[in-house]
Design a protein around this ligand. Structure first.
Ligand code: AP5
Length: 221
């Protein structure tokens, strides 16, 4: 199964991707996580993408396609993949379709987490994550048991460098201009399912899981 999660920054893509990939036995592939890992290890690629990410702009299509596509195709050969953050532009979506088609497959379902701009800033500026295991928290809606410390491994939680109010505004602008049009692209193919992302985290998960079950027919536990 090839499942795509769409939605604005802070919609809950990463939060839901972790749960959905577990239930449906999919590899969770987050383009943002891949880019952040490159930055952290100081590769040429990491240095090239840093300025775009810090400005809240999308990384150019040719770079992201080069970085992600081979991983997508490899994961698609296995038990399937949940794409979180890719594709994000029309060019990326078309390239993904062409490549999957050449391999005899295609996207099975696109779940769009619908969240208006208003709650996004509070969600993003309140996000904290664990640099060791990647667990994501929120200071108000999903706090760790002990303040500032990961429940799973005790590591001090950190805030992403692009999670400031100013950068969020730019990320939202990029989303509306370049990514939101993908909803129409996938709707025309009959692949789009919308989920109300303003509900609490558990309710969004249940609704998303049921949409996947009913549309793709896989039975997650
Ligand atoms: P990326 O890391 O993909 O960031 P994003 O899309 O902006 O998404 P976020 O990770 O901010 O949010 P999310 O939807 O995953 O929300 P989360 O679950 O964490 O990309 C970063 C950058 O990399 C981009 O700006 C770009 O530069 C570059 N990039 C990446 N992919 C690219 C591509 N394909 N092309 C070009 N450039 C690319 O939740 C957020 C917070 O809200 C958390 O604290 C969470 O606990 C809380 N929360 C979640 N759900 C709820 C809920 N239902 N109610 C209340 N709180 C909630």
């Amino acid at each position: 199964m090839i499942l795509v999660l769409l939605g604005p920054p802070g919609a809950g893509k990463g939060t839901q991707a972790t749960r959905l990939s577990e239930v449906f036995g999919l590899e969770h592939l987050s383009s943002g996580d891949v880019l952040r890992a490159e930055r952290k290890s100081g590769t040429d690629l990491g240095q090239r993408v840093a300025s775009y990410m810090d400005a809240g702009e999308l990384v150019p299509d040719e770079i992201i396609i080069e970085v992600i596509l081979a991983r997508v195709l490899k994961a698609a050969e296995g038990s399937g993949v949940l794409l979180d953050g890719f594709p994000r532009t029309a060019a990326q979506a078309q390239k993904l379709d062409e490549s999957l088609e050449a391999a005899g497959g295609g996207v099975d379902l696109v779940v769009s987490l619908v969240v208006p701009d208003e709650p996004i800033v509070a969600r993003i500026t309140g996000r904290r994550s664990c640099p060791t295991c990647g667990s994501v928290y929120h200071i108000a809606s999903l706090p760790p048991k002990a303040e500032g410390v990961c429940d799973k491994d005790g590591t001090a939680l950190v805030q992403r460098s692009d999670d400031t109010e100013e950068v969020v505004a730019q990320r939202l602008a990029a989303y509306h201009a370049q990514t939101e049009p993908l909803e129409a692209y996938y709707r025309e193919q009959g692949l789009l399912a919308e989920v109300d992302g303003t509900q609490d985290i558990d309710a969004v998960f249940v609704q998303s899981r049921e949409v996947v079950r009913s549309r793709v027919g896989k039975v997650g536990s």
